[in-house]
Design a protein around this ligand. Sequence first.
Ligand code: FAD
Ligand code: SIN
Length: 532
Amino acid sequence: MAEVHRYDYVVLGSGIAGLTFALNVAQESSVAVITKKNRAESNTNYAQGGIAAVTSAEDTFDLHVHDTLESGAGLCHENVVRGIVEEGPARIKELIELGMSFSERENGGGHELDLGKEGGHSKRRILHAKDITGREIETALLTALALHPNVEIFENHAAIDLITRRKLGFTTDNRCVGVYVLDCKTGKVETFACRHLLLATGGCGKVYLYTTNPSIATGDGVAMAYRAGAPIANMEFIQFHPTCLFHPNAQSFLISEAVRGEGGILRNGAGQPFMDGVHPLKSLAPRDIVARAIDAEIKKTGAECVYLDITHQSREFLQNRFPAIYAKCLECGIDMAIQPIPVVPSAHYQCGGVITASDGSTELPGLWAVGEVGCTGLHGANRLASNSLLEALVVAHRAAEAVKKEKSVPGLKDIPPWQSGSAQDPDELVVIYHNWREIRQLMWDYVGIVRTNKRLHRAASRLRSLSEEVRDYYWNYKLTCDLIELRNLVLVASLIVDCAVSRHESRGLHFNLDYPELNQSHPPSDTVLKPG
Ligand code: FAD
Ligand code: SIN
């Protein structure tokens, strides 16, 4: 019989949330970090703009709280916002002590942090490492973690499903006690048992045809948690980043909002700055507003893209401040010092997720969810730029402190191994790829930046039959990583649609032409879906 791997803590995901938690619990306990591809591959690794935090004398916690609430369109939980904003600077100090280095600028003979600006922020408050902030954070965390003898990292391992006492037949004290995981190299399913499990699997950008996210972002955490009985919320609020590079050789490459923070102006094909009449902050308005304005401009003019013009800045400034973006544009034949950059909106961030308290605890004991997979109430209906890395840092630290206090939780002795039954080798892989493409296309066409009831119902109906096809395939054929992801994608797509259908208003990132106004007659509320 296959061996059961036993750890105090199992962490699913090796982005900022998972690694921060692992580092904070590893001193006295055994930790397994399970990750789908190589250890650095995560949304974190691609983050450009930086981390929002109050570090300058001109800024205040109140202002950061105010900007977050404004952006969140009435749905942020103010106590959560304040707590995370106020704890940010301490967590960032720890990250710097760990080896992270943020860009600085000269100031009267000395140096100070070079703070960036992004949409919806009333002050310069984004700490960044040029335009590769995420890569530098990921490297700092992985380097620190490599020193811990108590941590084992399992690369190319994809979590399939959480193991709960209820699923094992116990009728009392339901709890998450482990996880089944596919070793993607050998095709074997392994069993991991633990006292606490941290979901840090990131978001679900890959549900959409066009996204800034890398291929790991298939919503696995939300799907696994929902199947295990944990409620989720606010999945209708998918954030579309306004400026993804529009070029055939540049799939998913982001042009950071920080470019607009340094004065970049959005223009249409005729060179007009079309954001001028839309919002007082013009090109630096909150993301939902900018993405919708671009969508409208593209539909109005029939153009394929709009343009981001930063040609007023010097070449030297651009090469120094945005080296990765500058190089990528050049690789695509665009010299951003003298040419506007062609851009389109793309799916970027999942504001909803598994419902958690502000320490990442979920309704299912033993299960914690931190980072993009979780929904603490910080982001409301539209995340303020660069608040995501901040949330992951703060909440991962809190979750680590909380689990350390729950040391007496017993592990479960007998967890049955995975049953693959009479599953056969997949005979028609085309089914998986076809369904995958269909989901992403229909989500883009029917559940995108601007929605209607008709399109949402059409999406719901098609997703119901796709779910049945995928379920059939899942139970009859041997598991592959692609099949695991497809099963999760179809569930997460359905959750997004179900949330969108039940919101009868337009708020933040959810815009429905059949309910174009905010519903003022009811206090704003989260959309909560509880597993049946
Ligand atoms: P991730 O960093 O996405 O990590 C998820 C991990 O889970 C990965 O290791 C993945 O392999 C693993 N995983 C997933 N499913 C499974 C499974 N089934 N089994 C095992 N492992 C699994 N936010 C900001 O605040 N500031 C920015 O400047 C910024 N820029 C961004 C730029 C880009 C291009 C993108 C895509 C996002 C950006 N964001 C930014 C958002 C931010 O990067 C993410 O929200 C954040 O990094 C999420 O961190 P995380 O730890 O929750 O998840
Ligand atoms: C960006 O650099 O534009 C991304 C920032 C974010 O998503 O928070």
